[in-house]
Design a protein around this ligand. Structure first.
Ligand SMILES: NC(=O)c1ccc[n+]([C@@H]2O[C@H](COP(=O)([O-])OP(=O)(O)OC[C@H]3O[C@@H](n4cnc5c(N)ncnc54)[C@H](O)[C@@H]3O)[C@@H](O)[C@H]2O)c1
Length: 456
């Protein structure tokens, strides 16, 4: 494996060159070395985008197993093909490491570590804080640091900056600091790190110039006046989704009582060429962003004695969806003369969204848990998740079962939680007793089969 930082003198400043000019020159001539901290769903595609543009990237991760896979030219993220990693590696553009001491070798550091909620649903910034402490201990003068992790407005200035300055370097003089939120949409090949504009806000104009120049090498950049504005922009984007999904989830429950199909309503409304954007109901929110990020803002708002009522209400409605779906399943088996206790239920799709293998915050696991607690016998099928990983709140040891006619026929109800694209839904409905569909995945099955389908 080639070392991406092959020339020890490459960090050197020219005589009389400022830190800023050195960075700008090195971005121009592609000699800048980019360190990306957190080789996950965000960091790895970002590394790929910079390598594609001819930059050298050193990927940092505390997970030694991931470092090992990457340095063998492999990948653990379905949407990043191993050949993408090995290509950049053999070109000497990419290497992974768990050693923070190697921060000293890079010119720009982009932080893409997790920002979850703790068990009281408050922001848990421990990964960002640990990363900042490690960077501060190892960073040399003249570097650019950018936070990409989603967080509440104020994090870059209030949390990251003082931790970095604890290392003895001064922000705006010895290093430059910016915030630029990731806008990754995993599993959607249409939007990538190379065609989705980046919003950038920095602590000073020089830092903004440097960060803008760096990101402009891979994608269009939208600059804003401060890191807090960029942080707020990311949270607005995710809150907008959460609130609109809650709205259609609520209308789904009402329209169901009225005998109206919410999917038909939304698809009809979406034909309006202005003033309406379609959002779709589902079994509950999932993923690393929408169920979590709005609560970062709600937490921060409390410091200003302000209640974010839309966020709280949307959270309440979306969180109640799995219970609503389970009640639909109970109704479906009851219509066939059975109780939920003792019923055999197959969950189809455990990932939080279609065509990905990511289970974080997935409503599938919550549904599994409620069904098991209510006495059902549950199996699952997911083409992207062969066995359930151990999760913070759940430890179900289960393997995905094949979607064979026999497996379908032995169920009292099949519950579609995720509408993966590679499933034959007509076959699924045909071989099932009754299907509860939370995603309108059965929209194209032949008409005579639809009587077996209950939308939830
Ligand atoms: N996944 C998405 O679709 C998405 C989209 C937009 C924004 N984000 C945000 O991006 C950030 C990262 O999310 P992700 O989905 O890539 O997470 P992830 O869990 O896939 O990856 C994070 C990586 O960081 C590593 N890590 C944790 N602590 C570390 C530390 N101290 N030093 C080095 N590495 C560390 C983990 O081992 C992991 O490999 C989060 O703030 C998230 O909210 C995610």
């Amino acid at each position: 494996m080639k070392n991406v930082v092959s020339d020890a003198s490459r960090g050197a400043k020219m005589p009389n060159e400022t830190h800023a000019n050195r960075l700008l020159r090195k971005i121009d001539d592609r000699s800048v070395v980019i360190g990306i901290v957190g080789m996950g769903y965000v960091g790895l595609p970002l590394a790929h985008a910079f390598c594609n543009a001819g930059f050298r990237v050193l990927g940092f991760d505390v997970d030694e197993d991931k470092v090992c896979v990457l340095n063998k030219g492999g990948s653990y993220i379905k949407t990043i093909d191993p050949s993408m990693v090995s290509k950049h590696q053999s070109a000497g553009l990419f290497e992974a490491t768990a050693a923070y001491s190697r921060v000293a070798e890079v010119d720009a550091i982009l932080i893409c570590v997790p920002t979850p909620l703790d068990k009281f649903r408050n922001p848990d910034l421990s990964c960002v804080e640990n990363t900042a402490q490690q960077i501060a201990a190892n960073m040399r003068a003249g570097r650019l640091v950018v936070l990409e992790s989603t967080t509440y407005p104020g994090t870059t200035e209030e949390i990251l900056r003082p931790l970095l300055e604890d290392g003895g370097l001064k922000c705006g003089e010895d290093f430059f600091l910016a915030y630029s939120p990731e806008r990754e949409d995993p599993g959607n090949p249409k939007f990538t790190a190379e065609n989705t504009p980046k919003v950038v806000g920095a602590t000073d104009p020089v830092g903004l110039d440097i960060a803008t120049k760096l990101y402009s090498s891979i994608v269009g950049v939208v600059t804003v006046s401060s890191p807090a504005t960029a942080e707020a922009c990311k949270i607005l984007e995710n809150t907008y989704r959460s609130v609109n999904i809650a709205l259609v989830n609520e209308l789904k429950m009402l329209f169901d009582k009225m005998g109206i199909d919410v999917w038909e309503v939304i698809n009809a409304a979406a034909t309006k060429p202005f003033g309406f954007q379609a959002f779709y109901p589902g079994p509950g929110l999932g993923g690393h962003c929408i169920p979590i990020d709005p609560f970062y803002l709600a937490w921060k708002a409390r410091q200003y004695d302000f209640t974010t009522r839309f966020i709280e209400l949307a959270g309440e409605i979306n969180t109640a969806m799995p219970e609503y779906v389970v009640n639909k399943v109970a109704q479906a088996v009851s219509d066939h003369g059975k109780a939920l206790r003792g019923a055999k239920i197959l969950i189809v799709g455990m990932a939080y969204k279609k065509n990905v293998g990511d289970m974080r915050e997935s409503p599938g696991i919550r549904l599994l848990d409620i069904l098991v607690k209510r006495g059902a016998t549950v199996e699952y099928h997911d083409p992207y998740i062969s066995s359930l990983p151990r999760m913070r709140d759940y430890a179900y040891k289960m393997q995905s079962v094949p979607l064979s006619g026999d497996v379908l026929a032995r169920q009292d109800c099949v519950l579609i939680v995720t509408d993966h694209g590679n499933i034959d839904y007509a076959h699924l409905v045909e071989r099932s007793c009754v299907v509860v569909d939370t995603r309108n995945a059965t929209k194209s099955v032949p008409l005579h089969l639809l009587k077996k389908v209950i939308k939830a």
